[in-house]
Each structure stands twice: as C-alpha cells, then as structure tokens.
Design a protein around this ligand. Structure first.
Ligand code: URA
Ligand code: ZN
Length: 382
C-alpha cells in the first residue's frame, strides 16, 4: 500500500469563491446573501421556506430583528482558503476535493452563464494551485447556457490541472437528468474521465412537509429527507431512461450515500419485473442490467450518512471500494462549541466508518481516502 492509499480525503466539501459571494449579494430573489443591520454575519438564503421567512421580515413594520434570522450565517468557512485548510488540519484531512455548493449556477442568465462558469472554475483552479497536493476540485457547469457553450465549458475544465469532475444538481437542462438532450453532455464528461458528483438542492415540494414545518421544524425535514429523496428520484429516472447503458463510461458519485437508493434498490427491481407495461414492451429481458449492477459498476457513494446503519447499506449496495468519506463542510457547523475546533460532521462520519468496517481496517482506510485517491486520480496533479 502506498502512502497515498492511507491518506484521509474529503470528497464532499464546499467553497464559495468571492466572485460567487458577490453574485449572490447582488440578488433580490433566492438564492441570495443578505446583510441585516445588527447581525454578525450575512445570511445565505436558498430554500423556499427561508424565502418566506425573509419576506415576513422585509414586510414587517418592526425595526427589531427576529431571534431566528432566515437561512444560515455565511462565515469565513464558506469562502476563505485559509479556513478550509484550518478545518482540514484540525480534522486530519490530507486532501479535499472542493466544489461549489447548491444551487451552483442554476439561476444564472443564459447569456452570461458560460463566462460565469469560466470565472468560478478558474477561481477554484487557482485555490487548488495555491496549496498543491492539498486540494482538487469538481467544476461547475453552465447548464443554462446554449448547448455549444455548455460543451465548450467541458473543454475548458478538462484542461484545468486540479479538476477531477463536475458537481451537478438534479434539474439538468430544466427537465431532469433523464432528458435525452443531456446524453451528449454525459458522453463528453465520460470521454474526459470527469466524474459527476451528484448533489441535491431542490428537495421535495414544500406541501409535503405540512403546515407546521416552517414555524416548528426548522430545516430538518427538507435537509434530512427532501435532499436524499431528490437524489434517489433523479438517479432512478436516469436508470429507467437507460442513461447508464447509453453512456457506459459515465461515473457518478452520489451525495449522502446515494439518498435512499441502497435501501430501495430491491423495491425498484421488484417494481420493474412486476410492471406489465415494461414487460410487454420487452424492457425486462435477460439483457437488462439491474439497478444493483449499475450501483456496483457506474456509481460511487459518499459516506456522508452520519451512522453505521446507513453506511453498511451503502457498502452492501455498491461495494467497499466505491464509498468515499466526506464532511459537507461548511454546512452543519457546531452550534455549542468553537467553530475553529472539532465538527461532528467529521467525527460522526468517521465513527460510522470505524463502526461499519473496523477502526484502521483496510476497508476503513479505503473509505477514508484510498478509494478517492484511486478513483479520482489524486496521485497526479496533471
Ligand atoms: N445544506 C445545503 O444547502 N447544502 C449542503 O450541501 C448541505 C446542507
Ligand atoms: Zn453538500
């Protein structure tokens, strides 16, 4: 085993370069960054429920700020390279594969999307170049741009030394990831060995959380349940549309251990083989690759699931060589201890790996970093 195989690698960790922060500060509708007089940090407001809370403050006559400001505080953890390195050093993380966080460039006007992506990706490239060997990145695609600009963006990022793939949401070009118009994009990514890091943002429609959620349940339901269901549905749609067969070299790393896919794959299989319509159309023949096969051949899962129970399901579904450790930094900061100290996102996820596989076992080392080094080619800077 080489020294790199026992490195700790965080493949799920976000950064907001200053250009992205400025873009969000200039906006009047979500996503936006808003400063409130008297509040220490600006607030980052992205979810529809948070926008409702913001509207209430804006339309209120009172000068007094409510105790619960909408969104999350945007601290130096979001955009400072020194802070990212401090987080890594505090937690024994050797290498981080950073990515822009949701909702990426989904809201950017078509005519400026290409240039915006270029400047964001160049900023990521520069950050990585400032600390050689410590950082690599997943680039951002200008999905709202015309098709030729989108394909040109893949040409740009493939030449960036530290780029190892792209972070992608579930909306694609507006119709989801089972849209046939995305197949050329998937082919271009696969041909350039750029792994897709699939990450949720939109969750499920607000109504499913019921009338009490906004006031009483904080962000728990959309983040804990909406995000994973969104990922599950997006990948199930790709599978049903035959995208994995159409682009056999496509490699996808799924956030939050694949949502609920490891748990629900059996049910998806059962529903397929019992679907009269699919059977009559000849789509359930012996040549069909099962979702289990796709999970073992084209999918990687992060280990951001905070418990050995979910992690074991993910390992069973995809294989111990396909799981990769992550923290989701700078989200979920500690609320009752120093933000410069230890974060539970590290300790809970690391403990889950130790519990599921045995502390210091070969499997644990693979999940903590060895797999990422191999799969994302972190041996090389070229
Ligand atoms: N909340 C988000 O909006 N994004 C993340 O990545 C994690 C939490
Ligand atoms: Zn994340």
């Amino acid at each position: 085993m080489s020294a790199l195989d026992s490195k700790v690698v965080d493949i799920h960790t976000h950064m907001y370069p200053p250009a992205y922060v400025e873009l969000l500060e200039s906006r009047k509708t979500i996503p936006l960054i808003r400063r409130f007089a008297g509040a220490k940090d600006p607030r980052y407001i992205i979810l529809p429920a948070e926008a409702e809370a913001l509207d209430k403050i804006v339309s209120s006559e009172s000068d007094k700020l409510p105790a619960n400001l909408p969104g999350r505080p945007i601290t130096t953890h979001y955009s400072s390279l020194a802070q990212k390195i401090h987080f890594m050093d505090t937690h024994g993380i050797d290498i981080s594969v950073i990515s822009l966080a949701n909702p990426w460039l989904d809201f950017v006007a078509s005519e400026v999307a290409g240039e915006t992506a270029k400047s964001i990706n160049s900023a990521f490239s520069e950050m990585c170049g400032n600390v050689p060997g410590r950082l690599f990145f997943f680039a951002t695609l200008p999905l709202t741009a015309p098709p030729e600009t989108l394909l040109a963006a893949i040409g740009h990022i493939k030449g960036l030394k530290y780029c190892r793939g792209v972070i992608l949401g579930t909306t694609g070009l507006g119709k989801g990831l089972d849209d046939a118009a995305l197949v050329p994009v998937f082919r271009a990514l696969a041909a350039n060995k750029l792994t897709i890091f699939l990450h949720p943002h939109y969750g499920l429609p607000s109504e499913v959380w019921g009338p009490r959620a906004t006031e009483e349940y904080g962000h728990v339901l959309p983040l804990a349940l909406g995000f994973p269901m969104e990922t599950t549905i997006a990948v199930a749609r790709m599978y049903m549309a035959g995208v994995f067969d159409a682009v056999p070299d496509l490699r996808m790393l799924l956030a939050h251990s694949g949502g609920t896919l490891p748990f629900l794959a059996g049910r998806i299989e059962s529903c397929i083989v019992h679907d009269g319509h699919l059977v009559r159309e000849g789509k359930v023949g012996p040549a069909r690759r099962t979702i289990w096969q796709v999970l073992k051949e084209q999918v990687y899962l992060d280990a951001v699931i905070y418990s050995d129970v979910g992690l074991k399901a993910a390992i069973d579904a995809s294989g111990v060589d396909r799981l990769m450790f992550g923290t989701d930094h700078p989200f979920f900061p500690p609320l009752n201890s120093d933000e410069q100290g230890e974060w539970e996102s590290m300790t809970w996820n690391k403990e889950a790996v130790s519990k599921a596989l045995g502390a210091d076992s070969e499997g644990a080392k693979a999940v903590m970093g060895g797999n990422a080094v191999e799969v994302l080619n972190l041996h090389e800077e070229t």
